[in-house]
Design a protein around this ligand. Sequence first.
Ligand SMILES: [Zn+2]
Length: 372
Amino acid sequence: MPHRTWRRCRRHCARYWRISVMREETDTAPLDLPADLTAVYPWQEDIWQQWQARCNTDAVPHAVLLSGDAGIGKAHLALSMAAHLLCSDREHAPCGQCPECRFLQAGTHADFHYLQPGGDSKWIRIDQIREVIDALNLTAQRGRYKVAILAPADSLNTAAANALLKTLEEPSADTVLFLVSARPARLPATIRSRCQQLALATPQRAAALAWLATQAESATLDAREREQLLDLAAGAPLRALALAREGGLAARVAAFEAFAGLARGKGISPVSVAAEWGKEGLDTALFWLYGWVHDLILLRQLGGDIAAPALRNRDLAGALQGLANPLDLKALHDWLGRIRGARRFVSSSVNAGTVVEDLLLDWVKVSAPHRR
Ligand SMILES: [Zn+2]
């Protein structure tokens, strides 16, 4: 199972979108782009109508910061908002039919720019920002607005953020920037304060489950499995769908057996488990570990309440409760910190298996009470 893929988005931008299906609390690139930019996800309908009404009164802000959990469709909403501005059919924008909509969907609209970290870098660099700023400073080539989306905006490096700030302080006419971020606190306060902030809520559980039931990849699952996926995705429906697409439930259950086996000293080697998980990709392995240790801590704190709503691995709750009992809470917290810290290697050239191996050796120590 590839942990990251590059997907060509022909309908919307003709660029390659980096799809990171299991990234924990970082990914704001579109996880799943509906074929139609004229529609938004059901849970975005209110905010979408407010945006349309606002555009019709010409009160369009120069910069909008869309924030919210990863996997709820922020980038897609930004694309639809951009399409609304660029469409030439003001009455039905975005119509999906006019030349502007067609150019946008073909990825050739001269007044639209999409910025994301380039190549293997995890940063949006200053040269990327400068290129777009130069283009935004020109007169619009096709219609009225010039639009840029930055996603994830918190991946701006310091120099790029400073360059962007100048543009935000002195915006050129009819330029609209959309900044998309699951971690807006990482943006400089000076940038945040110059944006209209649009905080998107994670959809209600019932709405997310209803949507998952209509998607091809998750409709074939039974209701209990869809609930599990949503738990694993911390309530974010697009992440849940990505998990369904990648067969995430089965791989995760197999990985958990190895995880529990390591704790119980069943002759399993952390080195061989790490090599196996490394093939799935570091962000997938960290996603699993983070979710399990999160639940182990929760179960220790709640005295083993396997019905706790915040549990992410509800299907494994019984097994996790059995694992949690003798473990030291501080050791678990320390280990969780190391798992979080290992995220810095996700986009690096460091071997995934090596990082996972270190964390599993930690787990062998943390779980030592099981073998006494
Ligand atoms: Zn149109």
